[in-house]
Ligand binder design. Structure first.
Ligand code: XBP
Ligand code: MG
Length: 258
């Protein structure tokens, strides 16, 4: 039986990468006097690495190799940490200005799940403070409490696609993988859930992830849909539904665990 829904955050609950993180990264670089600029196309490639700090390092290792790295490794750690902290401040400012709404159907589904007593959790590679700020600025302060467990950022050693964050969340909830269904938007997120043993994964694609390999997902659609705004099915199980509700999630869960 479906006992809990575990939600990814960035790209799934909201288009935070496009509307928030990318804008904040570029503003941070400009404010720091760096001539780094992450275009949309480049960011799509950099998203291969989960975690903002890890992404900056990946950029320096694999893209901006002309940048003179500090001789002392501790100085590089400090540079990355400073840039990431500034990015987080700017990101949270964008959120508080209302510039990062939830994706289609997300608030409706959260409310339905909450009202029905379904257990809910979050498994993300972004920080706990970013998750709380997103929830506070979209569904209100009380929505933070809708989630029994929020697994975030550096709470685990290895970020997605490693299974660690999903495993941690399930352990804290006392649940087995076949009792959970995951909502994700990216290949790294899907791989993370699958390698944690969860076989029910619903993917909603976005601007940055539509060309990812979603082999193994239960169903892949373009968004959760609304009664007056049907989703488009891209891959996976056939369904007559036009928007995602609890009934659809339960049937997807049953189908992928039978
Ligand atoms: C996506 C990520 C995050 C964000 C930036 O997380 O990889 O790193 O891009 O957040 P999700 P931080 O698992 O929610 O899709 O800069 O705080 O890491
Ligand atoms: Mg995501």
């Amino acid at each position: 039986m479906l006992e809990a829904i575990i939600f990814d955050v960035d790209g799934t609950l909201s288009n935070t990468e496009r509307d928030g993180h990318l804008i904040a990264f570029n503003q941070t670089f400009a404010d720091a006097g760096l001539d780094w600029y992450w275009s949309d196309e480049l960011y799509a490639e950099l998203l291969a690495v989960s975690g903002g700090k890890e992404r900056i390092r990946y950029y320096l290792e694999s893209y901006n190799t002309r940048f003179t790295l500090p001789d002392d490794l501790n100085d590089l750690d400090a540079l990355v940490a400073d840039l990431h902290a500034s990015k987080t401040r700017l990101y949270e400012q964008l959120l508080s200005q209302g510039g990062i709404p939830l994706r289609t159907g997300v608030e409706r589904l959260l409310t339905e799940a909450l009202d029905s007593g379904m257990r809910m959790a979050i498994a993300t590679t972004t920080s706990l403070s970013n998750v709380e700020a997103l929830l506070r600025n979209t569904c209100g302060e009380e929505s933070i409490g809708w989630f029994e467990v929020i697994g975030a950022g550096d709470m685990v050693a290895a970020k997605k696609p490693a299974p660690d964050i999903y495993t941690m969340v399930m352990n804290e909830m006392g649940l087995a993988p076949n009792q959970c269904l995951v909502l994700e938007d990216s290949e790294n997120g899907l791989r993370s859930a699958l390698s944690a043993g969860i076989s029910s994964v619903l993917v909603t694609t976005n601007h940055f992830t539509r060309d990812h390999d979603f082999t193994g997902a239960t169903l892949v659609i373009d968004h959760l849909g609304e009664p007056d705004r049907p989703f488009t099915r891209l891959q996976g199980r056939q369904t007559d539904a036009s928007y995602v509700n609890l009934e659809l999630l339960k049937s997807l869960h049953e189908a992928s665990n039978s």
